[in-house]
Write a protein that binds this ligand. Structure first.
Ligand code: C2E
Ligand code: MG
Ligand code: MG
Length: 291
């Protein structure tokens, strides 16, 4: 009897602790939700852009939009600081739609200034599976010239397809009909990579940065990079290597047949205003060409 009483008490104590932890997180999430809504309304979010280059040709081939939050008290926040907390909430869709609108608007501004620059946008699983995703994208496109949509690339994680691969593949098809390209981000990290590759009509594979980082000194990472490059050739997909930090990595990638690279070794993400000068400077002296 006494043992049972103790167990019950222990159980009850655990339950109580869990409950208050749960309450704390709910309060934190509500507060965050309120701050994100206010931040979206008052322009605290900003897109940084990281160039993607063709190492062989010495040309900038596009930029990836990466969200930042200029938080009034906490300073510049990275996606990791706030996106995971919003992912299960409706606000994830609002953030995603803001990013799409902002990136497209910026792309139009660049083009009007004579800069032909495809823009990639990361789409969260929650956003891609939103019932209004395609219709929202379609109505957004109506504000811009027809060709604008052909310069938009959407990056999704393999895990996005995990919930419902049929739905995700249908959304990709519908977007492709609108002229939008898809890329599979962090490719190789998902545990069903090959199945998704067969079923998702994404034209681009982005080799995950962990493999690129280790490829020069770790044979297994090197083998993975080599295999992904082979897969891309077999499936007729384009390739981008992420997280390229050193010349050695760039050289290895070129030797293996991956020409397009993105990473701190080329450029860190920067505000849109710095992009035109960076491109002009880099293309005048492309240290990453002819490695
Ligand atoms: P990602 O799409 O794979 O983006 C690449 C991340 O790696 C970026 O981090 C970028 O700054 C960083 N990176 C680029 N080159 C290098 C390098 O050479 N070395 C290292 N160590 N890191 C490098 P960031 O901006 O913190 O974004 C992290 C992730 O957050 C992104 O990974 C993406 O999944 C997500 N994310 C970013 N912006 C958005 C957005 O607007 N919407 C959504 N849904 N997700 C976003
Ligand atoms: Mg990405
Ligand atoms: Mg990535």
């Amino acid at each position: 009897d006494q043992a049972m009483y103790a167990a019950k008490q222990g159980g009850r104590n655990r339950y109580v602790r869990f409950d208050s932890e749960h309450d704390r997180r709910t309060i934190e999430q509500k507060e965050l939700l309120r701050r994100v809504e206010a931040g979206l309304a008052s322009g605290e979010f900003q897109l940084y852009y990281q160039p993607k280059v063709d190492m062989r040709k010495g040309k900038v081939v596009g930029v990836e939009a990466l969200i930042r939050w200029n938080h009034p008290e906490r300073g510049l926040l990275l996606p990791h600081d706030f996106l995971p907390l919003t992912e299960c909430l409706d606000i994830a869709v609002d953030i995603g739609n803001w990013v799409l609108k902002e990136a497209l608007g910026q792309s139009v501004v660049w083009r009007q200034a004579g800069l032909e620059l495809p823009v990639s946008v990361n789409i969260s699983p929650r956003h891609l599976q939103d019932v209004d995703f395609v219709s929202h994208l379609r109505s957004l496109f109506e504000r811009y010239p027809e060709w604008e949509r052909h310069h938009l690339e959407l990056e999704i994680l393999e895990s996005t397809a995990f919930d419902d691969v049929a739905l995700v593949s249908e959304v990709i098809h519908e977007c492709a009909n609108l002229g939008v390209t898809f890329a599979l981000d962090d490719f190789g990290t998902g545990y069903s990579t090959l199945i998704y590759l067969r079923h998702l009509p994404a034209q681009v594979l982005k080799i995950d940065q962990t493999f690129v980082r280790d490829m020069a000194h770790d044979m297994e990472s090197f083998a993975i990079v080599e295999s992904v490059i082979g897969l891309a050739a077999a499936f007729k997909r384009r390739l981008v290597a992420e997280g390229v930090e050193t010349l050695e990595q760039g050289r290895l990638l070129l030797q293996l047949g991956c020409d397009i690279a993105q990473g701190y070794g080329i450029a860190e993400p920067m505000p849109a205003s710095e992009i035109p000068a960076w491109i002009e400077h880099w293309q005048a002296a492309p240290s990453w060409a002819d490695l």
